[in-house]
Design a protein around this ligand. Structure first.
Ligand code: CP
Length: 318
């Protein structure tokens, strides 16, 4: 594996899940693969889970790790070609990326959407420059449009907690005070559409996601109706995708907050969220603290999803 940005990069999903569950049983079995290999993690944005779980996965595999927080202590980077660099940006990404590549064997990149230009965001301008110019295998630690390590961990978690062969999985929009990207819901849809689940998306009108990820999945604008019989509720906020409202908040309606009454409509559904989560905006205290909440287990599986990806990249290096 040379690139990991979406579900297709994993190949056969059942094989990937099986590999993940095996690695979880013995996460130090492949230490030899990472000996004398270095992972560079490049963060353009903040992180708790991705930072720690990726580092842990690399250590499980015997790798050395380096972390660069681009906005803390590094030169400010210009990303546009052709710009006269007479401002506050001291270095161009076109030099910085191959230099970073010269110090490591694999690179993980986190670079969120800027919401200034939809074409730039959905073209994954920054991530693709790493893929093109680093000379190393590159994986997304959440790009402008996808968060595949999260969605893979979500799928592993659903596999572990499902009580029927084909569970009903509902991804529900929920309110949030700030503008959030579409990367997590895009990737969750991307993965659920390939998984053996009944997948339903519920959101207020105007929050339709990019069809390249939705791919004809059922959209139910009535949240209560969507929740009926669900086995998993995956809550998430996202900003509007469609023009002319790209990157805007269209609603903060707390009627969409996931609460015990709505969870009561489900088939004793497990509650999921990628974290970090705004309590009593996205989900009530009662629901996230209930025995049916599996948000911690879900976050823990980030170590496993990343270990599968790193293992496959290390195998490609050999
Ligand atoms: N879910 C997730 O990616 O968390 P962080 O933003 O803390 O890494």
């Amino acid at each position: 594996m040379n690139v990991f940005t979406n579900v297709k990069d994993l190949g056969n999903l059942n094989v990937a899940i099986k590999e993940a569950l095996e690695i979880k049983q013995n996460r130090f079995a492949y230490q030899h693969l990472g000996k004398n290999k270095t992972l560079l993690m490049v963060f353009f944005n903040s992180s708790l889970r991705t930072r720690l779980s990726t580092q842990k996965a690399a250590m499980n595999l015997g790798m050395n790790t380096m972390v660069l927080d681009v906005n803390q202590g590094a030169w400010r980077l210009e990303t546009e070609r052709g710009v006269i660099m007479d401002g506050d940006k001291s270095e161009h990404l076109l030099e910085a990326v191959p230099v970073m590549g010269s110090y490591c064997d694999i690179i993980g990149v986190r670079s969120f959407a800027h919401f200034e230009n939809k074409a730039d965001d959905y073209g994954e301008k920054i991530l693709n420059q790493f893929i093109q110019y680093s000379g190393r295998p590159v994986f997304s630690m959440e790009g402008a449009t996808t968060h595949p390590l999260q969605a893979f961990a979500d799928l592993i978690t659903i596999e572990e907690y499902k009580t029927k062969a084909r569970p009903k999985v509902v991804m529900s929009w929920a309110p949030h005070p700030k503008v959030l990207p579409q990367a997590v819901p895009n990737s969750f849809a991307d993965f659920m559409n390939e998984a053996d689940v009944e997948f339903v998306i519920t959101h207020p009108e105007g929050y339709e996601l990019d069809e390249q990820f939705v791919r004809g999945a059922k959209i139910e604008y009535n949240q209560a109706k969507a929740f009926e019989g669900a086995d998993f509720i995956y809550a998430k906020n996202w900003s509007a995708f469609r023009d002319p409202h790209y990157g805007q908040i269209l609603s903060k309606d707390r009627d969409w907050t996931v609460d015990t009454i709505k969870m009561g409509l489900t088939n004793h559904a497990k509650f999921m969220h990628c974290l970090p989560v705004r309590r009593n905006m996205i989900v009530t205290d009662d629901v996230i603290e209930s025995p049916d909440s599996i948000v911690i287990q879900e976050a823990a599986n980030r170590e496993i999803s990343c270990e599968v990806v790193l293992k496959r990249m290390l195998e490609t290096l050999k």
